[in-house]
Design a protein around this ligand. Sequence first.
Ligand SMILES: Cc1cc2nc3c(=O)[nH]c(=O)nc-3n(C[C@H](O)[C@H](O)[C@H](O)COP(=O)(O)O)c2cc1C
Length: 141
Amino acid sequence: MSRLFTPIRIGSVEIRNRVWVAPMCQYSCEEQDGVPGDWHREHLTSFARGGAGLVITEAAAVSPEGRISPQDAGIWNDAQADAWAPITERIRVHGAVPGIQLAHAGRKASNYRPWGPERGTVPVSEGGWQMLGPTDEEFEG
Ligand SMILES: Cc1cc2nc3c(=O)[nH]c(=O)nc-3n(C[C@H](O)[C@H](O)[C@H](O)COP(=O)(O)O)c2cc1C
């Protein structure tokens, strides 16, 4: 059998195979509060049910200004952590290991989500924010 489907241990974590789901932003926190919901649960659980060994959440912002878009998921407060907990539990129930991508969008922050009619920076008047990055050079676009 291919090693792809054999278990691997990383430190104390045993993972049932090497098929791992990379982080995929969903831009689907419709309340713009960073709290993951039904969409995130169904999306992530389906990969665990499908047999993946490790399922990594989309980029989860570590602060509000670290979101790429207003609809990004976050993990900067207890309400968000409490909302992630049952999702990670469902991933475990289906035999996969949950992971999280901790993220800060830096100068790529405060953008419209990619499938809407608008592109580029969301102005403060529309729920955007002053971005915070390691340089004052503009992010292209
Ligand atoms: C819909 C979608 C959302 C993504 N969101 C993220 C993300 O949240 N964080 C990240 O680091 N990469 C993100 N990526 C990049 C993927 O994690 C991955 O690195 C990329 O698809 C290349 O991997 P692949 O060659 O296995 O497809 C995203 C990709 C897609 C298709």
